[in-house]
Design a protein around this ligand. Sequence first.
Ligand code: HEM
Length: 69
Amino acid sequence: MNFSAWSQYDQRKQIKLFEEIQEVIEKEEMPLKQYLWMHPDARLDINDQMIIKAWLSGAQPESPNISVQ
Ligand code: HEM
Protein backbone atom coordinates (compact mmCIF):
# COMPACT_ATOMS: atom_id res chain seq x y z
CA MET A 1 0.00 0.00 0.00
CA ASN A 2 1.22 3.45 -0.88
CA PHE A 3 -0.57 6.48 0.59
CA SER A 4 0.99 8.65 -2.11
CA ALA A 5 -0.84 6.58 -4.74
CA TRP A 6 -4.13 6.52 -2.82
CA SER A 7 -6.14 8.48 -5.37
CA GLN A 8 -5.12 5.97 -8.06
CA TYR A 9 -6.72 3.04 -6.23
CA ASP A 10 -10.24 2.16 -7.34
CA GLN A 11 -13.05 2.41 -4.81
CA ARG A 12 -13.13 -1.32 -4.18
CA LYS A 13 -9.44 -1.37 -3.29
CA GLN A 14 -9.78 1.74 -1.12
CA ILE A 15 -12.60 0.14 0.89
CA LYS A 16 -10.58 -3.06 1.38
CA LEU A 17 -7.58 -0.99 2.52
CA PHE A 18 -9.75 1.08 4.91
CA GLU A 19 -10.53 -2.17 6.76
CA GLU A 20 -6.92 -3.33 6.76
CA ILE A 21 -5.60 0.06 7.87
CA GLN A 22 -8.09 0.16 10.74
CA GLU A 23 -6.92 -3.29 11.83
CA VAL A 24 -3.18 -2.55 11.65
CA ILE A 25 -3.62 0.72 13.54
CA GLU A 26 -5.70 -0.84 16.31
CA LYS A 27 -3.34 -3.80 16.72
CA GLU A 28 -0.30 -1.50 16.37
CA GLU A 29 1.09 -3.79 13.65
CA MET A 30 2.30 -0.92 11.48
CA PRO A 31 4.88 0.41 10.96
CA LEU A 32 6.61 -2.95 11.29
CA LYS A 33 8.70 -3.49 14.44
CA GLN A 34 11.85 -4.22 12.45
CA TYR A 35 11.37 -0.93 10.58
CA LEU A 36 10.80 1.04 13.80
CA TRP A 37 14.03 -0.33 15.18
CA MET A 38 15.91 1.55 12.45
CA HIS A 39 13.45 4.46 12.17
CA PRO A 40 12.04 5.18 15.65
CA ASP A 41 10.52 8.48 14.48
CA ALA A 42 8.12 6.51 12.27
CA ARG A 43 6.23 5.25 15.31
CA LEU A 44 2.64 6.49 15.19
CA ASP A 45 1.93 8.56 18.28
CA ILE A 46 -1.59 8.97 19.65
CA ASN A 47 -2.07 12.09 17.55
CA ASP A 48 -1.09 10.28 14.33
CA GLN A 49 -3.46 7.44 15.25
CA MET A 50 -6.28 9.90 15.79
CA ILE A 51 -5.62 11.60 12.45
CA ILE A 52 -5.74 8.25 10.68
CA LYS A 53 -8.88 7.13 12.52
CA ALA A 54 -10.60 10.43 11.73
CA TRP A 55 -9.60 10.02 8.11
CA LEU A 56 -10.95 6.44 8.06
CA SER A 57 -14.28 7.44 9.60
CA GLY A 58 -14.61 10.42 7.25
CA ALA A 59 -13.76 8.28 4.19
CA GLN A 60 -11.98 11.27 2.68
CA PRO A 61 -10.62 10.84 -0.85
CA GLU A 62 -7.15 12.23 -0.10
CA SER A 63 -4.52 10.32 1.87
CA PRO A 64 -3.89 11.33 5.51
CA ASN A 65 -1.29 14.03 6.09
CA ILE A 66 1.29 12.11 8.12
CA SER A 67 4.91 11.25 7.55
CA VAL A 68 6.35 7.77 8.19
CA GLN A 69 9.77 8.38 6.60
C1 HEM B 1 0.95 4.77 8.82
C2 HEM B 1 1.76 3.76 8.67
C3 HEM B 1 1.38 2.47 7.99
C4 HEM B 1 0.15 1.95 7.73
C5 HEM B 1 -1.23 2.53 8.05
C6 HEM B 1 0.37 0.68 7.04
C7 HEM B 1 -0.65 -0.15 6.59
C8 HEM B 1 -0.45 -1.38 6.01
C9 HEM B 1 -1.49 -2.25 5.54
C10 HEM B 1 -2.99 -1.92 5.57
C11 HEM B 1 -0.92 -3.37 5.08
C12 HEM B 1 -1.64 -4.59 4.49
C13 HEM B 1 -2.05 -4.28 3.06
C14 HEM B 1 -0.94 -4.37 2.09
O1 HEM B 1 -0.09 -5.26 2.21
O2 HEM B 1 -0.91 -3.56 1.15
C15 HEM B 1 0.51 -3.22 5.22
C16 HEM B 1 1.47 -4.18 4.87
C17 HEM B 1 2.82 -3.98 4.93
N1 HEM B 1 3.48 -2.84 5.35
FE1 HEM B 1 2.60 -1.22 6.20
N2 HEM B 1 1.71 0.47 6.91
C18 HEM B 1 2.37 1.54 7.46
C19 HEM B 1 3.73 1.74 7.50
C20 HEM B 1 4.68 0.87 7.03
C21 HEM B 1 6.11 1.12 7.05
C22 HEM B 1 6.79 2.40 7.54
C23 HEM B 1 6.68 0.02 6.57
C24 HEM B 1 8.17 -0.21 6.47
C25 HEM B 1 8.89 -0.13 5.49
C26 HEM B 1 5.64 -0.92 6.19
C27 HEM B 1 5.83 -2.16 5.62
C28 HEM B 1 4.84 -3.06 5.28
C29 HEM B 1 5.07 -4.40 4.76
C30 HEM B 1 6.45 -5.03 4.52
C31 HEM B 1 3.82 -4.97 4.57
C32 HEM B 1 3.52 -6.40 4.12
C33 HEM B 1 3.75 -7.23 5.37
C34 HEM B 1 2.85 -8.36 5.61
O3 HEM B 1 1.99 -8.65 4.77
O4 HEM B 1 2.98 -8.94 6.70
N3 HEM B 1 4.43 -0.36 6.50
N4 HEM B 1 0.77 -2.01 5.79
